[in-house]
Every structure is written in C-alpha cells, then in structure tokens.
Write a new protein. Structure first.
Length: 122
C-alpha cells in the first residue's frame, strides 16, 4: 500500500498537497516526505516536537511543538532570515498531525494552521 498524504491549510481553508508520499522512521522520529513540481515538504515529528521543511520559491525550516517558543529560518535568494515560532496547537492523533503557530519575523506576526493526514491507498 502507498501512503497518500493530504496537507490542508486550515487558515485559508485550502488543500496545499494531495498525493503520494513516503513515510519512514529516523532516529525515533516519524518522517513524512511529499511534494511535486510546485514544491517539496518534509515533516519530522514525535509526540513533543515537529520539524517542518518546505521547499518552494524559498526554503522554510520551522520547529513547533509542546515548547511554546521555537526558532527556525527562511532561505531566500537574498540570504537567510531567522524567525521565531509560537506554538498555539500541536496534536498528533492516529494518522493526523495538526499544528497551529504564529510566525514572528522582525516584529511582524502571522498565524498558520495546518493539518497533515496520512491515508493508505491501494
């Protein structure tokens, strides 16, 4: 069976990705990788922490989880920008990972809320 991944942006009520992906375990973390021509995503997580990497026009690397404040970075053509994340929600249930966080960049804040669902398809 092939893992079928659905990534939903709950802030904007849209599906970011829907399709096949890979699932593996690395160093005690569940690692899910998926993507296509529009970008690549990697979620590495356990019950306390989630590391999110998104490669599209820019590369975004964020840490969220049970710790209320974490750090990450955004790689742009002009260099790396350090950011802070403030976790609002971090939940793992069965085959669903849900994260909500505020991203802070030089005092500007934006709320993000994603749900990653893993389904099995024949």
């Amino acid at each position: 069976m092939t893992p079928f991944i659905v990534l939903k942006d709950l802030t904007n009520d849209e599906v970011v990705y829907e399709g096949e992906g890979t699932i593996q375990t690395q160093g005690g973390l569940q690692v899910i990788e998926f993507g296509g021509k529009d970008g690549a995503f990697r979620y590495s997580f356990d019950d306390r922490h989630c590391e999110i990497t998104s490669r599209q026009e820019v590369t975004v690397h964020l840490n969220v989880g049970l710790d209320p404040v974490s750090h990450g970075w955004i790689d742009t053509p002009y260099g790396r920008i350090d950011v802070e994340t403030f976790t609002k929600k971090y939940e793992i249930q069965n085959n669903v990972v849900e994260v909500a966080y505020t991203l802070s960049l030089h005092g500007n804040e934006q709320l993000f809320h994603f749900k990653l669902e893993i389904q099995e398809k024949e």
